[in-house]
Design a protein around this ligand. Structure first.
Ligand code: C2E
Ligand code: MG
Ligand code: MG
Ligand code: MG
Length: 303
């Protein structure tokens, strides 16, 4: 395996590799302390309705404020935490915290949203494969819902294909349990790796997030455009909601809206926000939306 190959290399003297391992070791110990002290922060990136601009959800994104390294981004520690198993307590903290914050948004703003025809805000939480495989995972999800009091429908778990690739009984059972709870399940980074449309009929998937790499090429690649349009259409037929990730330019948003992609996320709308900034964003985006009462004529989106 790659791991044992790495160990074998380590026996030979390699200065750069050694430096890397020292940093890893240090990061690992720091992670332990950070987990014990809940030293992480959640940022929240808006997910919006592309047709109306209405705020639909926030994706919770973890960051690690570190005294010497500054604000450490997840790409620098999530993989490490997965390898060591530290992702299990870290992921549980993320779920608890995101659910609590969502409960506070609901308490402060659900009435205002309802008044303009918007359902309660949802929160999307990233879940890594190692975390999903932990036998306690479903109970952690139940616990986060119970202690925060949010409706299960307000929580969406973002899984990557690395979870779904292992089609064992446990994965199927847990997915069904979560689906029955009412929790939403999203496939993250769809289109990268080994993602396959067959996941959509095999698992209770409610949302598909099309990876940024497809959105990047929308304006100048006919092929990318056709691919995104096709995925959106198939998902719509199956009752699966699509979120386009990494929208940075207005023309990308316009192309996506025109092809009927319902939701989007990206720097065009907002970067990941602190909880305080998220509150301001909520206040500024609780605006009336056009009523969804067009007659479903032939060829219309009938569901
Ligand atoms: P992801 O779940 O695909 O999250 C989207 C990433 O793209 C985020 O990076 C976000 O800041 C970034 N992004 C959003 N819009 C744009 C855009 O328009 N342009 C560009 N260039 N980037 C954009 P971030 O926060 O650094 O997170 C990276 C990855 O780390 C996430 O990818 C996710 O896989 C993982 N991650 C983040 N938080 C958690 C967590 O709490 N638990 C787990 N297991 N993984 C997490
Ligand atoms: Mg995600
Ligand atoms: Mg993603
Ligand atoms: Mg990603």
């Amino acid at each position: 395996s790659a791991k044992s190959a790495g160990k074998r290399q380590w026996c030979h003297y390699q200065p750069s590799l050694q430096a890397g391992l020292v940093a890893r070791h240090e990061l690992n110990e720091n992670l332990d302390t950070a987990i014990a002290e809940s030293a992480f922060r959640l940022y929240y990136q808006p997910i919006v309705d592309l047709a109306t601009g209405a705020l639909v959800a926030f994706e919770a994104l973890v960051r690690w404020p570190h005294d010497r390294r500054g604000m450490v981004l997840p790409d620098e520690f999530i993989a490490l935490a997965e390898e060591s198993g530290q992702i299990v307590p870290l992921g549980a903290w993320v779920l608890e915290r995101a659910a609590q914050e969502t409960a506070a948004w609901h308490a402060a703003g659900s009435a205002a949203r309802a008044a303009v025809g918007l359902p309660p805000l949802r929160v999307n939480v990233n879940v890594s494969a190692r975390q999903f495989r932990d036998p306690g995972f479903v109970d952690v999800v139940r616990g986060a819902i119970r202690s925060s009091g949010i409706p299960p429908q307000s929580l969406v778990l973002e899984l990557t294909e690395s979870v779904l690739m292992r089609r064992d009984d446990r994965v199927h059972t847990d997915m069904r349990t979560l689906g029955d709870l009412g929790v939403g399940i999203a496939i993250d980074d769809f289109g990268t790796g080994y993602s396959s449309l067959s996941y959509l009929r095999e698992f209770p998937i409610s949302i598909l997030k099309i990876d940024k790499s497809f959105i990047d090429g929308l304006g100048h690649s006919q092929q990318q455009y056709a691919l995104v349009e096709g995925i959106t259409r198939i998902a719509d037929t199956l009752g699966v909601q699509v979120i386009a990730e990494g929208i940075e330019h207005p023309d990308q948003r316009d192309l996506l809206a025109a092809m009927g992609c319902p939701l989007g996320q990206g720097y065009l709308f907002a970067r990941p926000l602190t909880p305080e900034q998220a509150r301001t964003f909520i206040e500024e985006h609780t605006l009336p939306v056009a009523p969804l009462n067009e007659p479903a004529g032939p060829g219309g989106h009938g569901g």
